[in-house]
Structure formats: C-alpha cells, structure tokens
Ligand binder design. Structure first.
Ligand SMILES: NC(=O)c1ccc[n+]([C@@H]2O[C@H](COP(=O)([O-])OP(=O)(O)OC[C@H]3O[C@@H](n4cnc5c(N)ncnc54)[C@H](O)[C@@H]3O)[C@@H](O)[C@H]2O)c1
Length: 255
C-alpha cells in the first residue's frame, strides 16, 4: 500500500514513537487518526501535524477498555471514511523482579499482581481489542488491502525484571503470526516490530549512568531514534509480500 493511500489508526499517538508515526505518516500524505489517554498530549500531536499534508485527528481512548475501543474504532472509521492501517503502539511497563530478597532485612518482595495485570491489559489485551475491532470492520466493509502493525520489543525473549512486559510482547508476536494466518483471506496483512532501546520519554527519564550501562549491550552503542523505527512501520505498510513476521530493530542488542 502506498502511504498516500493509508488511512491509519495509531494507538498511543500522544508521545514517543506513536507521535513520530503520526507525524511521519501525515508528512507522507496519509490520513491519520490516533488515540491516547492524555488530552494535552493529544492536542500537542494535532498541533505539531497542522502544517503537514495529511489530516490528523486525535481521540481520548483507553486501549484496554473494550467499550472504549469499540467506540474509538467507530469514531476513527467515521472520521477517516474508512481505515486500512492499524498501528498497535500504546504500551506501558511496570518493572520488578518476580521475587527479590532484600539483602539487609531478608524480606521477600514480589511482583504485585496489579503490576502484572496493568501491563498485560495495555500491552496485550489492548492490541487484541484494537485488532479484533479493526479486522471486524475491515472484513464487513470489504476494505482491502489492510494491515496491522504491532509494536513488540527486544524484551520479548525474556528480560530480567520484565515478567509482565516480556510476556505481553512475546504474546503479541505470536498473535502477529496467527492473525496473518487467520486474516490473509480477507486481504489483511500483519507485522510486528521489536525495537531495542529507543530515544523516547521512557528512556529520557532514566539517570545517564544507568542508560550508559544499558548501552553496553548494544553493539551500535547508541539509542535508536523513533524515525528509524518508523522506517520499519513504513516497510510493513508498503510491502505487500510481508506478513506474520517480526522485524528486530535494536542495534544488535544482546538480551
Ligand atoms: N522506548 C523504547 O525503548 C521501547 C523499546 C521497545 C518497545 N517499545 C514499545 O514501543 C511502544 C511505544 O513506546 P514509547 O517509548 O514511544 O512510549 P511512550 O511512553 O513515549 O508513549 C506511549 C503512549 O501510549 C499512551 N498510553 C499508555 N497507556 C495507554 C492506554 N491504556 N490507552 C491508550 N494510550 C495509552 C501513553 O499515554 C503514551 O502517550 C510501546 O508499546 C513500547 O512498549 C518501546
């Protein structure tokens, strides 16, 4: 699909990579709708897109809430006329070891169920709900071609302190494969991207010495830029022979 023909819905478009994807798609002439939780971040993405050729509109919606996702898809579909691209980008993390024994007190600290549930809800249930509602509408309206892009992570192989996040991001790659199988008959392709360390607000908030330590695992020795991750989004949208696979885009990171 040419980017000028893309009518995209991007989740989590109020920050980091999601914002970058909205702006680069609009720059290329795509019609973009996005959602986020943060109203002021939504307004800022819309403002940044004002001078770009593609139209950009933002909605407040929580990807983990079934009713809100259904309403979002209805609103986005109506705003754009139809949708043919979904970028499942919204994500959070709540890092903690599964069980940790405090060296001084001997006290055991466990990964709280609430932190497990919160991450699974946004990072796995969210993409499932958005993909299901997007596919249902694409099939019903016989919109083809269409494509679903899922943001996974290098952490999907299992990264210390990220039981919840690694499980969600691995599950998303599994679903990328099986949705390719289930949906190709309707002209819907899928693709996942697994970034390593990317220069977004999540990492910008980290103390420099901790970031330096993380970068020792990256052969290219630097953070990825959101614009570099967009290159993979663009490839998945444009290449009609790509489906069901995950692109590792991580500077060669050793996990
Ligand atoms: N930054 C990295 O190094 C990195 C690496 C690998 C994968 N990722 C993944 O890439 C994606 C984007 O990451 P980022 O670094 O740009 O993050 P970010 O925190 O800058 O942006 C995420 C956006 O998602 C929104 N969001 C959170 N929960 C939501 C919900 N329930 N409903 C709707 N929107 C919600 C947030 O408000 C925020 O605007 C995430 O899925 C993340 O897991 C990031």
């Amino acid at each position: 699909m040419e980017l000028t023909e893309a009518r995209a819905l991007v989740t989590g478009g109020g920050s980091g990579m999601g914002r970058e994807f909205c702006l680069r798609l609009a720059e290329a002439g795509s019609r973009v709708t996005f959602c986020d939780l943060d109203e002021s971040a939504i307004a800022e993405t819309v403002r940044l897109a004002e001078a770009l050729p593609g139209e950009v509109s933002g909605f407040r919606a929580d990807v983990g809430d079934e009713a809100e996702v259904s309403r979002l898809l209805d609103e986005a579909w109506a705003a754009a006329g139809t949708l043919n691209v979904l970028v499942n980008n919204a994500g959070i993390f709540r890092d903690r070891l599964l069980v940790r024994k405090d060296r001084q007190t001997g006290e055991l600290r466990k990964l709280p169920l609430a932190d497990w549930d919160a991450v699974i809800r946004v990072d796995l249930t969210g993409p499932f709900l958005c993909a299901r509602e997007f596919a249902a509408r694409a099939i019903e309206s016989e919109t083809r071609p269409a494509v679903i892009v899922n943001m996974s992570s290098a952490a999907r192989v299992g990264n210390r302190g990220q039981s919840n996040y690694s499980a969600a991001k691995a599950g998303l790659v599994a679903d990328t494969r099986l949705w390719a199988d289930e949906l190709s008959r309707y002209g819907i392709r899928t693709g996942a991207i697994a970034p390593g360390l990317v220069d977004t607000p999540i990492l910008q908030a980290m103390p420099p010495h901790e970031l330096e330590k993380l970068l020792t695992a990256v052969p290219l020795g630097r953070l990825g830029q959101p614009s570099e991750i967009f290159q993979a989004v663009r490839f998945i949208i444009e290449c009609e022979y790509f489906t069901g696979r995950c692109i590792d885009l991580d500077g060669g990171i050793k996990m």
